[in-house]
Ligand binder design. Sequence first.
Ligand code: 5GP
Length: 212
Amino acid sequence: MAKEGLLAVVSGFSGAGKGTIMKKLLKTHDGYALSISATTRKPRSEDKDGVTYFFKTKEEFESMIEKGELYEYASYQGNYYGTPKAYVDEQRQAGKDVLLEIEVQGAAKIKEKFPETILVFVTPPSAEILRDRLVGRGTETEEEIRGRLARAAEEAALMDRYDYILVNDDLDRAVEELDAYLHSDHKNKDNKEIIEKMNRELAAYVKGDTQL
Ligand code: 5GP
């Protein structure tokens, strides 16, 4: 029987580029599987049922909760998101290293259930770059951008729970670094500087000390 694969959670600010890093990691490295979450949010144009998410009604999702089919779930922007147990178990048993791309509340629940889980948080090098990426999408109003930065500031307060902080300044480098984090046995506790910087800079946006 294959050695059981490891479990890793990748969280990060919306606009930090974690989806792109994960996609590239899976394309260029063997042995990984990306967990497919269930959600009640509406599919976007790039979504495909059963590939990016399992799209569920509220009733279907609540039935999954009742039946104990999820390892964790959280409410995020008015929708449910959760990690189905079956796929994670299957893939780990087959020896794959399973990655969960989930937000901070879910990450905490997974760590509680599986203390050996490796937690990685993806951030751009500065709050200004994060703001630029949020504006760069071009679809958000100023109020929405403010809302996202305020949420980022809340998430930044939880960065110090993570084992590794992955600074996404160059895609290829970030992919290699993520692969190395998942396969190294020493934890990088050298995150203090970037955690303090992101917290300070995001707080300045929220307070209005830095102009949008
Ligand atoms: P989006 O709607 O943009 O695809 O995802 C919104 C947020 O939900 C992201 O931060 C994403 O990481 C998180 N998310 C996706 N799936 C899950 C899940 O199964 N559980 C939890 N807790 N969060 C999830």
